[in-house]
Each structure stands twice: as structure tokens, then as C-alpha cells.
Design a protein around this ligand. Structure first.
Ligand code: NAD
Length: 352
């Protein structure tokens, strides 16, 4: 019998090529009268369009954002938002920019209008993260969930394949783990499966022709579904591994996900057959783990931990950290099998 609990998150999504021009109207719709604009370094031209549209609704700029939201930047941004009496935030950029907007909203409690320009998916989640004293704290809080998200595939036209590939596979990782999550349900699985399909098709189209706007739109839709999957499903061994690797060895975020995902998927192959069938189908492959590995290779993305700066001497420590506390995952997580997974990922061998 079908039986599930689904906690739907609120939020308005506007998705269209050229939707950038609608940001000001969307801000007005939220009742925002005084919004600082947070713009990523790559988004100066698009930020100027938003600024012009916002006119008098724009109040100041918060210029600096950085990976994993250093507390110093968060505090400075919060102070600016308070000083100008902000009643909303408009942000345009990747996950780092969205992360800074979330750090403000967590404290100042004002709505976020997010315009994402990468595939991080942060704009769809209630997850925030702040780094202090070298340690990243994360949490879930509905105050940080953007009220409106404007997706404009045109904004991603300049994302080189070297960034788009790993960033997109990071979004696929959210979908893969959502499909075998302990709290997976028919709604999340539908979205997760379609997220993998849209992202894989989109990335392949971009690899063939970087100017293919339809391909860019497919990939961005995949990112949206990836973020929405991450938002509601419990993540398993893949995210745990990437969290430890990223936090301990400062490996690049999306590339770490790209390398680990085929191995984490193979790890769960026998324990989650239905998820595997859906993943493989969405990738147009006969094997989920192999299909993910082939996608990365096709896109020229990294396939080994060694290639992204992981020291081999750190593999033991990583396996110990990942198995230190129990968490939900389809296949039982034990030290020997995690260590073996890491060795495979380090050397870049095809997932078993
Ligand atoms: P990012 O925001 O740091 O951007 C990566 C680089 O791409 C930057 O140099 C940026 O300027 C550039 N860039 C952004 N958009 C571009 C575009 N359209 N064209 C060309 N260049 C562009 O990286 P990210 O991968 O988007 O986000 C990573 C961060 O997001 C991490 O801190 C991660 O922890 C966080 N994250 C949070 C969540 C969440 O739910 N809270 C989810 C996923 C990721």
C-alpha cells in the first residue's frame, strides 16, 4: 500500500529565458521597498539590469560573498542590512551569494528574492551554512528559504563546461540520494528522477554546443529539481563522504561530489534496486553507477580524488570520520567497505 508523509515547502518560482527583466516586478510583488542587492563577481551586467529595474526599491549593495559564508562576511552583511532598514534581499549569483543572503535572513528575518546563476540548488532549500574558526555550522530554518526564485537560463550562458559539469553533477547527487532516502516518497522521487534526466540531457547538450539555450534551460531545470530534492529528502553516505572530504581537506565542492557519486551509488546498488533502475533510466544507461561515471567522463569532469588534490594518506581518517556515527543509508555503512570505496575513488577506477 502507498503510505508516506510529504512536507511541501512554499515558494514562488519564475522560470523563463529573459526572466531577469521580471525581477523588479517580483520584488514589488513581495512588498519589498528597501532591498540591498548581493551580486556575484560574474554577474555585474545582470546586477545592473536588476538595479535599474528596482529603482527606489534598491537600498545599498552588499558586494562580497565567499564560499561557505565566513562569519565575518555574514556579520558585516547583517549590519549593512540593519543600517539601511532593509525589508528584503535580492541576490544574484551562485551558492555562495545565496548563502550570504541566507545568513542575513537567518538573523534579520527578511524575505529573499534569489536569482541563481549556477546549479547549486541552494535557493530551493531551508539549509544555511556559516563558517567560523575553520568550522562550518549548518542548519535548517524556514526563514532562509527564498520567497521567490527567478530562474533565467540566459544567466548561465557563460558558465563554462568545466564549472557547469561538476556543478550539474552535484545537483544530480541530490537527486540520486533523494531517490533512495529513508523519507523518499512518490512526490520527491518524481522530482528527483526528472532532475537527473533534465540535468544529464542539459549538460550533454551544453557539451555539444555551449550556445544551446534549450540545453541551458534543461540543466537549470535539473538544478531546480536537485535543490528541491535536497530540501526535503534525507541525504546518505554520498553527502556524508563529501562533507568530510570537503571539510577536512578543503577539496573543491562540486568536483568532490562528481568523483564520489558513482562510487556511492555503486555502494548502494544492491540495497536500493528501485532507485537504481530510475537513476539508470534517467541517464539512458543500463547501470546507475556506471552511467554516472560515463557522464562525468563525457563532460571532461574529474573522476579521481587524486586529481582534485586529495592526499592518499587522508583516506583512513576519512573512512573513520564517515563511519564514526550512524546515519540512514540503504546499505550498511562499515569501515572496511567505506575505506575500499575511498580507495577506488582515489585511484579513479570504474565503480565496482
Ligand atoms: P559559487 O557560488 O562559489 O560560484 C562558483 C564560481 O562561479 C564563482 O567564482 C562565481 O563567481 C562563478 N559564477 C557564478 N555564476 C556564474 C555564471 N553564471 N557564469 C560564470 N561564472 C559564474 O559556487 P556554487 O557551486 O554555486 O555554490 C557553492 C556553495 O553553495 C558552497 O558554499 C556550498 O556549500 C553551498 N551550497 C549550499 C546549499 C544549501 O542548500 N544551503 C546547496 C548547495 C550548495
Amino acid at each position: 500500500m502507498i503510505e508516506f508523509v510529504h512536507d511541501a515547502l512554499p515558494g514562488r518560482v519564475v522560470f523563463a529565458a529573459g526572466a531577469l527583466a521580471r525581477v523588479a516586478d517580483e520584488a514589488a510583488r513581495l512588498g519589498i521597498e528597501r532591498a540591498p542587492l548581493i551580486a556575484g563577481a560574474s554577474q555585474a551586467a545582470a546586477a545592473a539590469v536588476i538595479e535599474q529595474g528596482l529603482g527606489g526599491r534598491r537600498a545599498g549593495t552588499i558586494g562580497e560573498a565567499a564560499m561557505h559564508v565566513p562569519i565575518e562576511l555574514a556579520e558585516a552583511a547583517r549590519a549593512t542590512a540593519r543600517d539601511i532598514g532593509a525589508d528584503g534581499i535580492v541576490c544574484i549569483g551562485g551558492g555562495s551569494v545565496t548563502g550570504l543572503a541566507k545568513a542575513i535572513a537567518l538573523d534579520v528575518e527578511i524575505p529573499i528574492l534569489a536569482v541563481p546563476t549556477t546549479y547549486s540548488g541552494s535557493e530551493m532549500t531551508t539549509i544555511w551554512g556559516i563558517t567560523e574558526g575553520g568550522e562550518k555550522r549548518t542548519g535548517r530554518d524556514r526563514r532562509v528559504l527564498p520567497k521567490t526564485v527567478v530562474y533565467d537560463p540566459g544567466l548561465t550562458a557563460g558558465l563554462a563546461l568545466a564549472i557547469a559539469g561538476p556543478s550539474g553533477i552535484n545537483a544530480i547527487a541530490h537527486c540520486v540520494e533523494a531517490l533512495y532516502a529513508e523519507n523518499a516518497n512518490p512526490v520527491t522521487s518524481l522530482m528527483a528522477e526528472e532532475g537527473i534526466r533534465a540535468m544529464a540531457e542539459g549538460l550533454r547538450a551544453i557539451a555539444r554546443d555551449p550556445d544551446d539555450l534549450d540545453g541551458r534551460a534543461r540543466a537549470l531545470l535539473g538544478a531546480y529539481f536537485g535543490g528541491a530534492s535536497l530540501a526535503v529528502a534525507t541525504m546518505g553516505i554520498h553527502h556524508k563522504l563529501c562533507h568530510v572530504l570537503g571539510g577536512t581537506f578543503a577539496l573543491p565542492h562540486a568536483e568532490t561530489h562528481t568523483v564520489i557519486l558513482p562510487h556511492a551509488t555503486a555502494f548502494n546498488r544492491d540495497a536500493a534496486p528501485e532507485a537504481m533502475a530510475r537513476i539508470a533510466g534517467a541517464l539512458d544507461s543500463d547501470d546507475a553507477a556506471g552511467g554516472l561515471r560515463d557522464l562525468a567522463a563525457e563532460l571532461g569532469a574529474p573522476t579521481s580524488l587524486a586529481a582534485i588534490g586529495m592526499p592518499e594518506a587522508g583516506l583512513d581518517r576519512t573512512a573513520e570520520a564517515v563511519t564514526a556515527a550512524p546515519y540512514a543509508n540503504p546499505a550498511p555503512v562499515d569501515l572496511a567497505s567505506v575505506r575500499s570505496l575511498l580507495q577506488d575513488a582515489f585511484g579513479g577506477r570504474r565503480p565496482r
